[in-house]
Ligand binder design. Structure first.
Ligand SMILES: Cc1ncc(COP(=O)(O)O)c(C=O)c1O
Length: 405
C-alpha cells in the first residue's frame, strides 16, 4: 500500500495549490452555492424528455405494476417479457436483427467487448472445436470512450490504437495484423470532441479486411438520422458485420445500455457475457420510461428539429467569438481551451453568470487539451443561448485568465 499512501498525500497537497492541474470533484449541477438555478449547457438529455409528463407517467405505471426493482438477472428468474419487447423495439430502431439490454451503457461496452473474443473459448468444454488456430485483435480509435478501452483491455485480445479518424493508419494496422478475427471499434459521435466517425468508410475497411465493426452510438441514438435512429440511419448503412451499442441515458432520458447485432451474435453473448447474465436487470420502471422515450422520438420530431436549430444558432453566434470550436457536427460543441486551470476558471466564471458548462480535462482528454464542452438540448431558448454567448464573450476578455489557444 506504500505507493497508494504516497499518492494520497501528494494528491492532498496538489489539489489545494492555486492553478493546480489535478482534477477535483465538480460542484453539484443545477444550483450555485446560494441555491440559485443555473442554466445547464452540459446535459446528455438532448431531447429534454427526462422530465416530460409522458416519461414520468410511464415510469410510475412501471413502478405500480412491478415495484421499484426486479431483483434478479435475466439468466435466472429476472427474464420478464418487457425486456424482450424492449429489445425487439431497440433492434428495429437500429435496423438490426436482435438486441440485448444492459443496466448501463458503460456495462454494455465493457461487457460486450470483453466477451466477444471469449465466446468461442467458453464453448470448448461443451464440444466446440475450431477448425484452425484462431486469434483476436481489436483496432480502436484513439479517442474512443473509456468504457471501450476498458472492455478491450479486459478481453485479453491483441489491441492496436489508430490515430483519431485516421483511416490510412487503421488500414496499415489491419494489413499488418495476422489475427484471424479482427474487430474495428469506434465511437459514432466522439463524446469529448463532438465529431462523427465515417461509418461507411469504416465498413468498407471492415469488408476489405474481413473484420467486424463495433460502433458506440451513445450520443447519436435519438439525435442523428431522419427518425432519430442514430448513426446507422444517419449514414443509411446496414450490415451483419456491424455490432452497434447505444445508451438509454442520453437522448432517451433514462438509464441503461444495449447492443444490437445479427441474431447469432446476440444469442451467443447472452450466454457468455457476465455483464449481462451475472448482474441484476434494469429496473422495470425504466423499461416503461424508455418505451415512452421511443414513442416520443417517433411522435415528437419537433424536439429533434429544435435541438438542431439550437445547434445551428449557437454555431452561427460562435463565429464572432475568439474561441476555437473543435467540431460543428453535432449538439456537442466543445471549445478548446488547452490549459486545465484556465478551463476551470472559465467554467467558474460562467457559473457566476448562472450558466453550467463542464470543464473537461485530463484524464477524459489528453493533458493540455482541456475544453469547455457545451451540449445543446431541445429545450434551450434563443434567450438562454444568447446569454451563454454574451457570457463567453465577456469572460474571454477577463484579465486574470491566461490567453485562449
Ligand atoms: C461514447 C460513450 N459511450 C458510453 C458511455 C456510457 O454510457 P452510460 O452513461 O449510459 O453508462 C458514454 C457516457 O458518457 C459515452 O459518452
Amino acid at each position: 500500500m506504500k505507493e497508494l499512501a504516497e499518492f494520497l498525500a501528494w494528491y492532498d497537497q496538489q489539489r489545494s495549490r492555486p492553478g493546480s492541474t489535478v482534477a477535483t470533484l465538480p460542484n453539484p449541477k443545477f444550483c450555485d452555492s446560494s441555491g440559485e438555478e443555473l442554466i445547464s449547457f452540459s446535459t446528455n438529455n438532448y431531447l429534454a424528455i427526462s422530465t416530460s409528463q409522458r416519461m414520468k407517467a410511464a415510469a410510475i405505471e412501471g413502478i405500480e405494476r412491478y415495484g421499484v426493482g426486479n431483483c434478479e438477472s435475466r439468466l435466472l428468474s429476472g427474464n420478464l417479457e418487457i425486456y424482450a419487447d424492449l429489445e425487439r423495439r431497440l433492434a428495429r430502431s437500429k435496423r438490426q436483427a436482435a438486441a440485448m439490454l444492459f443496466p448501463t451503457g458503460y456495462l454494455a461496452n465493457v461487457g460486450t467487448l470483453s466477451s466477444l473474443p471469449r465466446v468461442a473459448l467458453l464453448a470448448r468444454p461443451v464440444g466446440f472445436t475450431p477448425s484452425s488456430c484462431s486469434s483476436y485483435a481489436y483496432f480502436s480509435d484513439a479517442f474512443n470512450h473509456i468504457s471501450i478501452k476498458e472492455g478491450i483491455r479486459a478481453s485479453g485480445a491483441a489491441r492496436a490504437s489508430y490515430r483519431h479518424l485516421d483511416l490510412n493508419h487503421l488500414n496499415t494496422l489491419l494489413s499488418r495484423s495476422t489475427a484471424t478475427n479482427k474487430i474495428i471499434v469506434t465511437d459514432g459521435v466522439f463524446s469529448q470532441d463532438g465529431d462523427i466517425a465515417p461509418i461507411p468508410d469504416l465498413l468498407q475497411l471492415a469488408e476489405r479486411h474481413d473484420a467486424y465493426l463495433y460502433v458506440d452510438d451513445a450520443h447519436g441514438t435519438g439525435v442523428l438520422g431522419s427518425r432519430g435512429g442514430g448513426i446507422l440511419e444517419h449514414f443509411g448503412v446496414a450490415s451483419d458485420r456491424i455490432v452497434c451499442m447505444g445508451t438509454l441515458s442520453k437522448a432517451y432520458g433514462s438509464i441503461g445500455g444495449f447492443v444490437t447485432a445479427e441474431t447469432h451474435i446476440i444469442e451467443a453473448l447472452r450466454l457468455t457475457c457476465p455483464a449481462y447474465g451475472f448482474t441484476s436487470t434494469l429496473p422495470p420502471d425504466q423499461v416503461f420510461a424508455v418505451n415512452a422515450a421511443l414513442d416520443i422520438v417517433e411522435d415528437e420530431p419537433e424536439r429533434r428539429e429544435r435541438l438542431w436549430e439550437n445547434q445551428r444558432y449557437l454555431l452561427s453566434k460562435m463565429q464572432e467569438l475568439p474561441y476555437r470550436v473543435i467540431s460543428c457536427a453535432t449538439p456537442i460543441v466543445p471549445l478548446l481551451i488547452g490549459n486545465e486551470a484556465r478551463a476551470d476558471q472559465l467554467a467558474t466564471a460562467l457559473r457566476v453568470r448562472a450558466l453550467h458548462v463542464d470543464s473537461i480535462r485530463f484524464p477524459a482528454v489528453p493533458l493540455g487539451a482541456a475544453r469547455l464542452r457545451i451540449q445543446l438540448n431541445a429545450k434551450h431558448t434563443r434567450r438562454q443561448i444568447d446569454h451563454l454567448v454574451g457570457a463567453l464573450c465577456e469572460i474571454s476578455q477577463l484579465q486574470e485568465c491566461c490567453p485562449l489557444v
